[in-house]
Design a protein around this ligand. Structure first.
Ligand SMILES: [Zn+2]
Ligand SMILES: [Zn+2]
Length: 264
C-alpha cells in the first residue's frame, strides 16, 4: 500500500492511496487540472481512479469534483449529509459516477480485499468524517479537519501503519495573527482544526501504538509554516526520547504539489 499526498493545506486537499489493484482518492480540492496534473506526476492515470471518498463539504476538499468526475467517471462515496451539501458544486447530474452513501463505522469494500471505513469527526460541516483504508495486512488513514480528537477517533486510528494527520496552525501565530477574532475562535474551536500541539499529542499516541510513518498535512497558509509544524511535533516526541529515523519517519505534505509517499 502507498500513501501519497497530492496537495495538502487550507488551499486544497487530495490524497492518493494505491495498492497493486486499486487507486483511491480521499477528497478532490483545488481544480480538475491541478488534480490530474498531480496524478500524472506520481504516475497514476486519472482514468484509473476506482473511487473517491469525500470527507466533508468544505470547498478545499471538493472543488475539483464536478469537472473531474465528468471527465473521469468513477464511484463517489460520502455520507448522506455531505452529498446533500455538495450538490451545489454540481452544475448538472453526473449519471456515470454514482453517489454511494456511506455511514460511519460501516466497512465498504472497494475492490476485493481493500476496505474503507469512516469515523465521524467534530468539524463545522454536517456529516464530516475521516477515512481509514485497510488491506489484509496494512492500513492507513487520512485525518484532517478535526476540531478535537475524540476517544472514538483515537480508537479508530490506533495501529495504522501510516497516517496523514492534520497540523493546521501554530497557536501563537493564530493568536497574534491578523485574522478576525471570530475566525480565530472558529479555527481553534471544537468545530475547527488541529493545532501543531494537538497533532504532536496524537502522533505520540500513534507511535506508542505502532504507527511508524507520519505525514503532517492541512497546514494553514497564514498561521503555520512547515518548519514550525515539524519542530513542534518532533520536539514533543523528543521529550519522550522518541527519535526520528529509528522510532518513526516524519515528513510534511507539500501545499501545491505531490509529496513523496510512503510505501508500507
Ligand atoms: Zn479542510
Ligand atoms: Zn473543513
Amino acid at each position: 500500500m502507498e500513501l501519497v499526498p497530492l496537495f495538502s493545506g487550507s488551499s486544497g486537499n487530495s490524497t492518493l492511496i494505491r495498492t497493486d489493484n486499486a487507486n483511491i482518492l480521499i477528497d478532490a480540492g483545488r481544480n480538475c487540472k491541478w488534480l490530474t496534473d498531480a496524478l500524472c506526476r506520481v504516475g497514476t492515470d486519472p482514468s484509473d481512479i476506482d473511487a473517491i471518498f469525500v470527507t466533508h463539504s468544505h470547498n478545499d476538499h471538493v472543488s475539483a469534483l464536478d469537472v473531474f468526475i465528468r471527465k473521469y467517471p468513477t464511484r463517489l462515496y460520502a455520507t448522506y449529509d455531505t452529498f446533500r451539501a455538495i450538490q451545489r458544486y454540481f452544475k448538472k447530474p453526473h449519471e456515470l459516477t454514482p453517489d454511494i452513501v456511506i455511514k460511519p463505522r460501516e466497512e465498504t469494500e472497494v475492490v476485493p480485499g481493500l476496505k474503507v471505513t469512516a469515523v465521524s469527526t467534530p468539524h463545522d460541516a454536517a456529516g464530516s468524517v475521516c477515512y481509514k483504508v485497510k488491506s489484509d495486512r496494512k492500513q492507513c488513514m487520512v485525518m484532517t479537519d478535526v476540531g478535537y480528537i475524540t476517544d472514538e477517533i483515537m480508537g479508530f486510528a490506533r495501529g495504522v501503519d501510516a497516517i496523514l494527520v492534520e497540523s493546521n496552525y501554530d497557536r501563537r501565530m493564530l493568536v497574534y495573527g491578523d485574522y478576525p477574532e471570530d475566525l480565530k475562535v472558529r479555527i481553534a474551536g471544537d468545530g475547527g482544526h488541529m493545532s501543531n500541539d494537538d497533532c504532536a499529542r496524537m502522533v505520540k499516541y500513534l507511535i506508542d501504538n505502532g504507527t511508524r510513518k507520519i505525514i503532517l498535512g492541512h497546514l494553514s497558509e497564514n498561521n503555520n509554516t512547515p518548519d514550525k509544524a515539524q519542530k513542534t511535533v518532533c520536539d514533543y516526541l523528543k521529550s519522550f526520547e522518541l527519535k526520528s529515523g529509528s522510532d518513526y519517519e516524519l515528513r510534511v505534505a507539500n501545499r501545491y504539489e505531490p509529496t513523496k509517499g510512503y510505501i508500507f
